[in-house]
Design a protein around this ligand. Structure first.
Ligand code: G4P
Length: 544
């Protein structure tokens, strides 16, 4: 492969218009365990970005006001954010794209796919509860992909775990080095503020929110009497002691280590009281990576390449049930995307053109003429695009990083209305293309088996089949505990199928999977068929 063309530079500046645009982009997602404060912090970030004007504009899931991040009625009813959406806002001459992820573990695949489309993440931890299960899982994905993480230890206005204990948890449970950028002064009812280690500034806490000029004082030397005047003798002594310890134990901030994902800069605050969030955002804008290169099967693609390429990482269907419209979320990976330009849809080999691509600004969608690397745009789709599709200017590229993972719960589908068989089949096919469910077709019987990560997904599927496709069905559990993708020499595969075909099926892309009852059964099969390879994801890059 010839080395790709890079963009021409504007005369004299040494930096091309494309590079200038892309260097402004910061595309990230917030990861957290439910209730840690993701929605609250999103709202504050949008507020600082001027994208919303009142508190409560995002956070309305519990009182059913119109939401920015939740599309479906059901999400509002249940108070969970199922879908992923994008909220763009401008801050300090940067275009920040915040991708929302579902908090509920049952929709984790959606979150994993979203993490493929971002360049960095913000991890929110509830300081009362410490590191929780979902955070552990999501952080693992980030580590696998070397995605940089900034950490916000939230709810310091409540009596919680000691800061040192929290840092220990982050390091021992998330396997990442902590690098405190600030340090709390007091906690819970005695919370007085934070000391910014890097700005050498004390920021005083005001429970009702909006810090003004007076609430921040520069303190270059901790022996400055102003410290004691502001927080009292006991807390001033404690801060000095703790900072001495912290500076001896934790590394000094090193941007490269952060960009490589080996350290996480860490902030303390209280999102609800809007405390510590602006400092966090300022630091994020200073250190977070602009669009990074993306790996395709064929080669690495740099954002500054002149030719456009993009990846579909999410499909959202039936926003308006009256029209079968779908929105495909496309991450621009390189070059400039232009409205109405003919592109190449790699999977089908057909041309692709969009006359009304939309950008997602915090509370509305608007049609755009151009988009740059790091941007997420919405493409109106009538059923041609699938998750994982690549669109280019002609080159054959397959971006990696959107695998299917093994589901944990499997159900057979029983059609309850024989006259609606077609609708049911269509609905299931579309929901699987959207990534709501994994659809397997048994090799022997053609029977459809649905695989999900969490039980709640079945409820969503049932609801959507009825609402959107007028299809009624029942689910019946089948006793499988997992699925692996299999590959190997033809003879070995034939031999395997001879004895195991009743447990094999094809996934939506005709990949062959073996569904097993439990880990023990998988172990036995693996030992018996040594010539075969068993993979835990459809991309077949991680052995099961
Ligand atoms: P999530 O999106 O991660 O699920 O969390 P969310 O922001 O919804 O926050 C979960 C709960 O934690 C909310 O309370 C929220 O008000 C509270 N919270 C968020 N940040 C802070 C903080 O800094 N300090 C304190 N004390 N609480 C915080 P809720 O009672 O569940 O909801 P609501 O009645 O406030 O809407």
């Amino acid at each position: 492969m010839d080395s790709p063309e890079l963009t021409p530079t504007s005369a004299g500046t040494g930096i091309s218009p494309l590079e200038k645009e892309l260097s402004k982009r910061l595309t990230f997602a917030i990861i957290s365990h439910p209730d840690a404060g993701k929605t609250t912090i999103t709202e504050k970030l949008l507020f600082f970005g001027g994208a919303i004007h009142m508190a409560g504009a995002v956070k309305s899931k519990k009182n059913a006001r119109g939401t920015v991040s939740d599309f479906m009625k059901m999400e509002q009813e249940r108070g969970i954010s199922i879908s992923t959406s994008v909220m763009g806002f401008d801050y300090r001459e940067r275009r920040v794209n915040l991708l929302d992820t579902p908090g509920h573990a049952d929709f984790s695949e959606d979150t994993y796919r979203t993490l493929t489309a971002v360049d960095s993440t913000l991890m929110v931890i509830d300081s009362v509860k410490g590191v929780e299960e979902r955070t552990r899982k999501l952080c693992e994905i980030c580590r696998m992909r070397k995605t940089p993480i900034i950490t916000f230890l939230n709810k310091f206005d409540r009596e919680g775990k000691e800061p040192i204990e929290l840092l220990d948890e982050v390091e021992s449970e998330l396997f990442i080095k902590a690098c405190p950028m600030s340090w709390p002064v007091g906690q819970g009812r005695g919370f007085r503020g934070v000391y910014s280690i890097y700005e050498k500034r004390l920021i005083l806490f005001d429970a009702h929110g909006w810090q003004d000029e007076d609430s921040s004082v520069e303190i270059r030397d901790l022996n400055d009497p102003v410290l004691e005047q502001k927080v009292g003798k006991t807390l001033a002594e404690k801060l000095k002691e703790e900072l001495e310890l912290v500076q001896g134990v934790y590394p000094v901030f090193d941007r490269n280590a952060y960009l490589e994902g080996t350290i996480t800069p860490l902030f303390f605050g209280s999102a609800l009281n809007n405390f510590g969030v602006r400092e966090l955002l300022d630091c994020f804008v200073d250190i977070a990576p602009p669009p990074v290169p993306r790996q395709a099967d064929e080669r690495e693609v740099k954002p500054s390449e002149q030719k456009f390429s993009g990846l579909v990482f999410k499909i959202h269907a039936n926003l308006d049930p009256k029209h079968r419209d779908r929105i495909a979320f496309l991450r621009i990976c390189s070059g400039t995307f232009e409205r109405n330009k003919m592109y190449h849809h790699v999977r089908t080999g057909k041309s692709f053109r969009s006359s009304n691509p939309t950008a997602f600004m915090a509370q509305n969608r608007e049609i755009i003429d151009e988009a740059y690397p790091g941007d997420i745009i919405g493409l109106h789709d009538t059923g041609t695009l699938k998750i994982g599709d690549t669109i280019t200017e002609g080159e054959t590229l397959h971006f990696t990083g959107i695998p299917s993972f093994s589901p944990q719960i499997f159900n057979k589908v029983i059609n309850l209305d024989p006259l609606k068989g077609k609708q049911l089949a269509k609905g299931l096919e579309q929901l699987s293309e959207e990534g709501v469910v994994q659809l397997f077709t048994k090799e022997t019987t053609n029977e459809k088996v649905l695989g999900v990560v969490g039980q709640l997904q079945f409820e969503v599927i049932k609801y959507r089949l009825e609402e959107e496709y007028k299809a009624v069905c029942r689910f019946e559990p089948v006793e499988y505990g997992g699925a692996v993708w299999i590959d190997g020499p033809e003879k070995a595969l034939d031999n395997f199928l001879k004895f195991n075909m009743q447990h094999t099926a094809f996934d939506k892309d005709k990949g062959r999977v073996y569904m097993y009852r439990n880990e023990w059964a998988l172990e036995r099969t693996r030992a018996e068929y040594k010539d075969l390879k068993f993979f835990s994801t459809s991309e077949m890059d991680h052995s099961a």
